[in-house]
Ligand binder design. Structure first.
Ligand code: PLP
Length: 429
């Protein structure tokens, strides 16, 4: 039994932690089997409790874009730690990272740091409501914006994996203010605006969706969505928790050439530490407390260790423009080579990719919204996942997730991955 210690730990963890995990997708519930407990990570690799190692295609669900334990980030954080862990006061470091981001990212005059992507999105819609004086928001089926109440309605990967699109505990009152549209379907958004005249505060979207697998906006969709929001006086919120600092430094705003009114960040912005942020033009951001009436706060927000890790990671990304070219190229090679191996084996599949975001769906059909993603062959994905896991390749444990490529994945890792894919055989059950 190659996962002996993981199994034992999982068994015991379930006595003390609901489901044995602190975030549901880690539990392997959809793919089955025992989640692998990791104890160490370095570069492209994760090391488990049983002494095996894995090429990591999750990278902590995105933040570790440089690969694990990058020496410069490690050094900066170690140095920072010796100065104290948390002050609960303003620091120069918070100003530095805010200034750096605002100078290098479109439409960010001001930015407020929080502790997770969930908080970032939750606060962004509160601000949008406070700013517009309207109550309703539009979200897209299959998009995930964290686990705050307003968003737990057809919320993509985690929720979709577990087959309960709408969580108990979200009140009808909250749910009625969240309107659902279909990704890549502008008409569905138009209809909502018509049925809810002057009531919609904001439309929030993952500009390149990553939580129903990777789904790319079709030509013209985002441009029209931008126009529609402007016409109707609603804010367009880009949830760039996944895309931010992954699709180049300017995120999806720059890749798609669309200007958002508010932008939510997370994942990479903290370099592996718990950080989220939301940002936008001063006229909107200045509605936040203490300047304005919209309240938002956080005891550990802007924590110096987290800010140092974030600022160092962002600086590396900014100073090394080739890095993005490199990881996009790695992703393209994986796309083409894996696809070609699967085709040779006669396994029908679709690959969706944008920059270094990629996902494989099994089946004949193209995938351009949540319904399509649900129709893919998730049982086959689960076989594929377990096969690769046994071969030492660690994919996200759900067909609704995007793979996250890091800059540490080089030729050697690509080759090992392709060899593992070569050995894949479909088992009929
Ligand atoms: C991960 C994610 C979130 C939630 O971030 P957490 O830090 O997990 O709370 C929100 N939006 C998107 C697009 C994400 O990918």
């Amino acid at each position: 039994m190659i996962y002996q210690r993981s199994s034992a730990l999982f068994q015991e963890a379930q006595n003390y932690i609901p489901g044995g995990v602190n975030s549901p997708v880690r539990a392997f519930k959809s793919v089955g089997g025992v989640p692998v407990f990791m104890k160490k990570a370095l570069g492209a690799y994760l090391y488990d409790e049983d002494g095996r190692n894995y090429i990591d295609y999750i990278n902590s669900w995105g933040p570790m874009i440089l690969g694990h334990t990058h020496p410069m980030v490690l050094e900066a954080v170690t140095h920072q730690l010796k100065k104290g862990f948390s002050f609960g006061t303003p620091t120069e470091l918070e100003m530095e990272i805010a200034k750096f981001i605002s100078e290098n990212v479109p439409n960010v005059d001001k930015i407020r740091m929080v502790n997770s992507g969930t908080e970032a999105c939750m606060s962004a819609i509160r601000l949008a409501r406070g700013f517009t004086g309207r109550d309703k928001i539009v979200k897209f089926e299959g998009c995930y914006h964290g686990h705050s109440d307003s968003f737990l309605i057809k919320a993509g990967s985690g929720a979709a994996t577990f087959g309960n699109p709408n969580s108990p505990g979200v009140t009808n009152g909250t749910a009625k203010d969240t309107l659902l549209a279909r990704f890549n379907d502008l008409e569905s958004v138009r209809n909502l605006f018509e049925q809810n005249q002057d009531e919609i505060a904001a439309v929030i979207i993952e500009p390149i969706a990553g939580n129903m697998g990777c789904i790319v906006p079709e030509f013209g969709f985002m441009e029209e969505l931008r126009k529609l929001c402007t016409q109707k006086g609603a804010l367009l919120i880009f949830d760039e928790v996944m895309t931010g600092f992954r699709l180049g430094f300017g995120g999806a705003q720059k890749s798609l050439n669309i200007e958002a009114d508010l932008i939510a960040y997370g994942k990479i912005i903290g370099g592996g530490f718990p950080v989220g942020a939301f940002a936008g033009r001063s006229e909107i951001m200045d509605h936040l407390a203490p300047l304005g009436p919209v309240y938002q706060a956080g005891t550990l927000s802007g924590n110096p260790i987290a800010m140092r890790a974030g600022l160092t990671t962002l600086s590396i990304l900014h100073n090394e423009p080739d890095l993005y070219i490199r990881i996009d190229e790695t992703t393209k090679i994986l796309h083409e080579e894996i696809s070609s191996i699967l085709s040779q084996k006669g396994i029908a599949h679709t690959v969706n990719r944008f920059g270094s975001m990629i996902s494989f769906f099994f089946g004949e059909n193209k995938v351009s919204n949540f319904d399509d993603a649900q129709k893919a062959d998730h049982l086959l994905f689960n076989q594929f996942f377990h096969h690769l896991l046994n071969e030492g390749v660690y994919l996200p444990p759900s067909g609704y997730e995007t793979w996250f490529i890091s800059d540490s994945i080089g030729n050697e890792e690509i080759e090992k991955t392709l060899e593992a894919v070569e050995k894949f055989e479909v088992k009929f059950t």
